[in-house]
Design a protein around this ligand. Sequence first.
Ligand SMILES: C[S@@+](CC[C@H](N)C(=O)[O-])C[C@H]1O[C@@H](n2cnc3c(N)ncnc32)[C@H](O)[C@@H]1O
Length: 284
Amino acid sequence: MTSSADGRSRKRLTPHAAKNRQGWDYFADWFESTFGKELARHGGMSWGSFHVPERRLRLFGDLRGKDVLELGCGAARWSLALSRAGARVVGLDVSPRRLQQARELVKRAGANLRLVEASAEAVPFPARSFDVIFCDIGAMSYADPYRTVPEAARLLRPGGQLTFCTESPIRMVHFRSQKSRVSSRPRRNYFTMHRIDLPRTVHFQLPYGEWVRLFRENGFEVERLIEMRAPLHPRSKFLTRQELRWARQWPFETIWSVRKKDGPPRRQRASGKSVSESALRLSP
Ligand SMILES: C[S@@+](CC[C@H](N)C(=O)[O-])C[C@H]1O[C@@H](n2cnc3c(N)ncnc32)[C@H](O)[C@@H]1O
């Protein structure tokens, strides 16, 4: 069931996507055994580390008959759930091992789901193929937004929706890359934040204002920005007490939901310029 546009897509991988591919092949089994059960809660439809159910946030409307793409689907629990809700779903991931896990779950569910091995930065589908593109701590955390946001704009039909849960910018300012832990003091410059290298993976994050600029430049309107806070009595297999306390005071994750406008995008400037440039421009 996995598409074999794979060979071609793999050749197009950026160096950071290739590193994330290797990294996620390495982490896949640990990730499944640690988080698989939690991710299956709420019928596989919950957002972020605190598993806030979709039925509470209602980010998706009626998906019956809609074309939906998940960027970084992992074992494809979300994709499976949305296909049960009546959508035609494509689950895309860069890691062959994670897609193997997805194939097993899809087979067990007897579902009709297309799985594609490719990077979210270069999706092997024609323009205007989808009504909804989404992920939950998926490829939008690991791929370069200067590539994925224009790619989503290309792939969505007018009026289409891009919705994703990713780490919050504030969390990434406090993120200790070597330990993969959130620290109580800031670790990097907010304004210049973009690529964050970990030993086995690469993350990406931008300042809030830069996200908004990038969305608008690519013809999106921001509809919702949800800032995820740890519940009062959180349970976590992975986060430390200090991190859980931190996540009561600061947004741990962010859900962006943006919609592609009907008209052509309003180009303000060439994409791919450095974040520090916009910080400079906005400085008093
Ligand atoms: C934290 S996992 C979450 C996946 C999913 N939400 C789940 O519940 O299993 C992140 C996923 O993003 C995928 N990923 C990372 N970089 C990617 C890229 N450039 N394109 C597509 N997928 C990517 C990884 O292989 C991994 O499966």
